[in-house]
Design a protein around this ligand. Structure first.
Ligand SMILES: NC(=O)c1ccc[n+]([C@@H]2O[C@H](COP(=O)([O-])OP(=O)(O)OC[C@H]3O[C@@H](n4cnc5c(N)ncnc54)[C@H](OP(=O)(O)O)[C@@H]3O)[C@@H](O)[C@H]2O)c1
Length: 286
């Protein structure tokens, strides 16, 4: 299977690749057979279900904790940031694309959480379309006194075929490659922040669409599936590309989790992924 192999041989910048961060073995993707669950009736059903039976609210205190949220200026990342603020987080790092968006989010988070101690919010700029920028974010995170929780949330749902500076289609670049890179780079700081009473968490926001993604035999057999699917000549639709980018991300997840283990094989970082479900956000702004 070429997915993890291509991921692991990514030349992120000068000579840097995932392989150097540890052993990365090829994994089989969890391809399944149906795309029918993308139909509007199913999505409507899920929305009603979630409205009627919302997840239980959490009361956990985040006092004393430092939390980083990427894509924190809008949508799910913003809502997560508000929630952490309401739950008393001591230091909240908003990783966003522009200073203006960060400042606006900061004002809104303070207003919605009712907190007046504005200095607990820090804004860091980054762009997932640039490896040096992703590395710079990780570097800045490494300089924090501690990093207890990282929510790697920023993502896109491209509505037209566009290519990143590295030649990959943008969903693949942002949702897979840069998300994997950032996750791997954050692990050492998270590990170093473990205490006897708290194990840090890396939460990667994925999507359940990876489960209904079906790669063709040809794509699965490719030694460079990310490049193949990125090609303008490959079959393209927003749903296909997005779901493929999340499937590739899930293929990398066990390898990211492996990096979170200590020498004895026990987790020093809880590496987890979630799907927020179909949610009205920047993705679905109708
Ligand atoms: N909404 C859903 O139904 C749904 C379902 C399943 C999974 N998800 C996942 O949830 C996560 C958040 O999505 P959302 O629904 O909240 O979407 P959203 O409202 O569009 O928010 C996406 C966030 O990602 C940021 N972002 C996009 N491209 C970036 C880049 N190149 N560099 C840095 N930041 C970038 C955006 O920044 P800008 O504001 O600057 O564009 C924004 O802050 C994504 O990973 C998505 O795949 C969403």
């Amino acid at each position: 299977m070429g997915i993890v192999s291509e991921l692991s041989h990514q030349e992120y910048t000068t000579g840097f690749n995932i392989q150097e961060l540890g052993s990365v073995q090829p994994a089989r993707p969890s391809t399944t057979t149906s795309t029918s669950n993308m139909n509007p009736l199913f999505l409507l059903y899920k929305m009603i279900e979630h409205k009627l039976f919302p997840p239980a609210d959490t009361k956990t205190s985040f006092a004393g904790k430092t939390v980083l949220v990427t894509g924190a200026n809008t949508g799910l990342g913003f809502e997560a940031a508000v929630k952490f603020a309401k739950l008393g987080v001591s230091s909240l790092v908003l990783a966003v694309r522009t200073h203006k968006k960060g400042e606006q989010a900061k004002r809104e988070i303070l207003s919605q959480s009712g907190r007046t101690d504005a200095s607990f919010i820090h804004i860091v700029l980054f762009d997932m379309l640039s490896y040096p920028s992703v590395q710079s974010l990780a570097k800045q995170a490494s300089l924090l006194p501690s990093l207890d929780i990282a929510v790697v949330n920023a993502g896109i749902f491209a509505t037209k075929h566009e290519t990143s500076p590295y030649g990959y289609e943008k969903d693949i670049q942002v949702n897979t490659l840069s998300t994997v890179l950032l996750s791997l780079l954050l692990i050492p700081k998270l590990k170093a922040s473990k205490t006897s009473t708290f194990t840090p968490t890396l939460e990667i926001v994925s999507s359940g669409t990876h489960k209904i993604m079906r790669l063709s035999e040809e794509d699965q057999a490719s030694s460079r599936p990310l490049s193949q699917i990125s090609s303008p000549s490959h079959k393209w639709s927003p749903n296909f590309q997005y779901s493929a980018s999340k499937l590739f991300l899930m293929c990398a997840l066990p390898h990211i989790a492996k990096q979170g283990e200590g020498k004895d094989g026990r987790p020093e970082v809880v590496v987890t992924s979630c799907c927020p479900g179909f949610t009205k956000s920047g993705y679905h702004s109708w």
